[in-house]
Design a protein around this ligand. Structure first.
Ligand code: GAR
Length: 192
């Protein structure tokens, strides 16, 4: 069976990337990680790529804070296409994608977010859920559009907010749910 070629983008520690690469390495996910890209030079996700022997690139993002400079985003498209990437997986990539990526990969870019969207888009969503007094929060996998965590939802997993939860304990519970959910969703793309 042909393996789905993944490109994984992230800005942080890379625990979701690790979960995906582990599922691939034990043969549970019929996919192949072709390239890991980060906009942060010393991001943990790049170390994880190296640990698993996956090609990896630091892409200097340019002068904007919330998105890539257009020429950088075009370079990102070039790198992903050159690597034969079929599905782009955002795993803690903290920049908005614009036309170059959205036009190059229509319906083929997915993201994971630590809340039950459309609730609590943006940053530190678990803190937002805690502050709002939610009893249940969770994580969402969605298609990426030009907005902030606003694309069509593919699936969600609920996580309880427990009495005495701190931001840290809730975040850890959500991230554990993410690590289960994301490889499962990617597996569905492999079957399609
Ligand atoms: C994940 O919790 C992911 O849901 C979040 O970044 C974290 C990255 O962690 N993404 C967003 O908030 C996107 N808006 P990781 O680097 O350990 O995978």
């Amino acid at each position: 069976m042909k393996k789905l070629a993944l490109g994984i983008l992230g800005s942080g520690k890379g625990s979701n990337c690790r979960a995906i690469l582990e599922q691939i390495s034990i043969g549970k996910l019929e996919a192949e990680a072709r390239l890991v890209v980060s906009d942060v030079f010393d991001a943990g996700i790049l170390d994880i790529a190296r640990e698993f022997g996956v090609a990896n690139v630091y892409l200097p993002p340019g002068k904007f804070r919330t998105r890539l400079e257009p020429n950088v985003e075009m370079e990102l498209v070039r790198l992903l296409k050159e690597a034969g990437v079929e599905l782009v997986v955002l795993a803690g990539f903290m920049r908005l994608l614009k036309e170059p990526m959205l036009e190059a990969y229509p319906g083929r870019i997915i993201n994971i977010h630590p809340s039950l969207l459309p609730k609590f888009p943006g940053i530190e969503s678990w803190k937002q859920a805690l502050a709002a007094g939610e009893k249940v929060t969770g994580c969402s996998v969605h298609y990426v559009d030009a907005g902030i965590d606003s694309g069509e939802i593919i699936t969600q997993r609920k996580v309880p907010v427990l009495p005495g939860d701190t931001a840290e304990s809730l975040h850890a519970r959500i991230q554990a749910a993410e690590r289960g959910l994301y490889p499962e969703v990617i597996a569905r793309f492999c079957e399609a």
